[in-house]
Design a protein. Structure first.
Length: 193
């Protein structure tokens, strides 16, 4: 299966962990530049592509700047596509949906144990609960602000970590950097999440 990756890093090598994770899952990555292309061009490329599964990467850039590249929200109107939004991309989507984003005093780099709200959800098949995941973040969404139309699937320490919205799974950590995270990626690719 070919898996589309929208590279939001601004560097051609920024999403190499994600590319390697897709290769390790025996899938074929197809990378496009989402940072240097405008939102409309990214949308049209995905709309016209035969690829069904698309992952928008994280990014080291602050999502709140007026000059920051945003994920085109209208990709979520493409009913024949499925999306996974990682970190920066999750922040971009939730900000466009008017959810409040909070900044820490310092960046956090740590493994953490994911608290799954729905253990029987197919996204978490064959993943131990709690599961060790990797994050590297300055920004977060408190779970108290997460309400309809999005659905919280997993959290850590009061912060939203996995959210469902329409045809998209939004993730506030790096599944490509842990073994259980790669299982989560595989579950997303092989089930109708």
């Amino acid at each position: 299966m070919e898996v589309g990756i929208v590279n939001m890093y601004g560097s051609p090598y920024g999403c190499h962990y994600l590319v390697n994770a897709i290769l390790a899952l025996k899938q074929k990555p197809h990378v496009i530049d989402g940072f240097n292309n405008n939102e409309e061009d990214v949308y049209k490329y995905i709309q016209n592509s035969p690829i069904v599964h698309w992952i928008f990467s994280g990014s080291p850039h602050p999502v709140l700047l007026k000059t920051s590249t945003q994920v085109p929200l209208k990709v979520l109107t493409l009913r024949n596509k499925r999306f996974m939004m990682l970190c920066y991309s999750m922040e971009s989507i939730l900000l466009q949906l008017h959810y409040p984003l909070y900044k820490r005093y310092k960046d956090i780099k740590e493994p953490f144990k994911l608290h799954v709200e729905e253990n029987n959800h197919p996204l978490f098949n064959n993943i131990k609960n709690p599961s060790l995941m990797r994050r590297h973040h300055t920004w977060y969404f408190p779970i108290k602000s997460i309400e309809s139309p999005v659905k919280l699937l997993a959290q850590y320490n009061g912060e939203a970590m996995v959210i469902l919205y329409k045809n998209s799974t939004l993730i506030q950590f790096h599944p490509e950097k842990s073994s259980d995270g790669k299982k989560l990626l595989l579950n997303w690719l092989t089930t109708d999440v």
